[in-house]
Design a protein around this ligand. Structure first.
Ligand SMILES: [Zn+2]
Length: 294
């Protein structure tokens, strides 16, 4: 799981030192205690007008590798935000924007013009974190910005498919990444990533194996994570799934193509079995057996 900023913490500090402290506290907290064993990339500071070059260097040295959504928080000037993103990038931090209409009181509308000036690594929730941009603005971002195109579950489904179509037209499906943009007004829906994969596979008519790559390898690439790809030397974080009991399509990929979700039968983190049969996903069409190697 990857934080886009700890923006919903009650009483979130907005001063320079408080923002840095908050990011470090979040990063340390989730490193020390991993809920259900998940790897949480937490600690994503919102930009602050007072940040210096030295602040970014120190944050990176302390393990903060990503910014929270640019467009939320105290920095209101787009040119100042662009300047700060450039400095963050120089130190190796990944940047992401808020995109579309405001979602919370401290966010502002972020249209194509603002995002092109900021030039983030990831155009966050390009299909709206509540309210999406118009299709011509989305096209402008796909064509004019080199950043990854994040399609989220808690967004506008029409804008999600519109973005997918533009990326396909441009032969740039490798830019698409999937997120949930949760928590949001609609909460933290279970299975958000899988639902977004199913949306793009069914309504978006993209091969399901490619839609899975949006959520795994593409994300790992832009976030510089040593996981998300099955390869020797990568962290062995693996979902094992099968078709859902009673589904129209018996296979995992077929269930995505038909808009259904597969059954997650096992979750391995660092090669160790941590979940045996997800209770959130549907029951499996085949009960998996685990055989211990002797
Ligand atoms: Zn946002």
């Amino acid at each position: 799981m990857i934080s886009a900023g700890e923006v919903h913490v009650p009483g979130l500090p907005t001063d320079r030192i408080g923002t840095i402290a908050m990011a470090i506290a979040a990063q340390r907290s989730f490193s020390n205690d991993r809920p259900s064993g998940i790897k949480m990339e937490a600690g994503a500071p919102l930009l602050n007008d007072e940040f210096t070059d030295q602040d970014f260097a120190e944050m990176v040295a302390l393990g903060i590798n990503q910014l929270g959504e640019v467009g939320i928080g105290p920095v209101k000037s787009v040119s100042r935000a662009a300047e700060l993103v450039k400095i963050a990038r120089k130190h190796g931090m990944t940047s992401i924007t808020h995109t579309g209409g405001p979602s919370i009181s401290t966010s502002q509308r972020m249209g194509a013009e603002q995002i092109l000036e900021i030039a983030p690594d990831i155009i966050g929730h390009i299909n709206g974190g509540y309210t999406a941009l118009a299709p011509n603005q989305i096209r402008c971002l796909c064509e004019g910005c080199l950043g990854a195109l994040e399609i989220v579950h808690n967004g506008n489904e029409f804008a999600a498919v519109t973005t997918l179509n533009y990326a396909r037209e441009m032969n740039q499906l490798d830019r698409i990444v999937i997120g949930t943009d949760s928590p949001a007004g609609c909460g933290v829906p279970a299975l958000g990533m899988l639902r977004a994969i199913a949306l793009l596979s069914s309504f978006g008519d993209v091969p399901p194996e490619k839609a899975v790559c949006f959520a795994t390898g593409n994300t790992a690439k832009v976030r510089k994570l040593n996981r998300g790809i099955l390869k020797i030397g990568r962290e062995a974080d693996i979902l094992i799934a099968c078709g859902p009991l009673g589904g129209a399509e018996p296979s995992v990929l077929g269930s995505f193509s038909s808009g259904d979700l597969p059954s997650i039968t096992s979750i391995l983190i660092d090669g160790r079995l941590v979940v045996r049969q997800s209770k959130n996903s549907p029951p499996p069409s085949v009960t998996p057996e685990i055989t211990l190697r002797t």
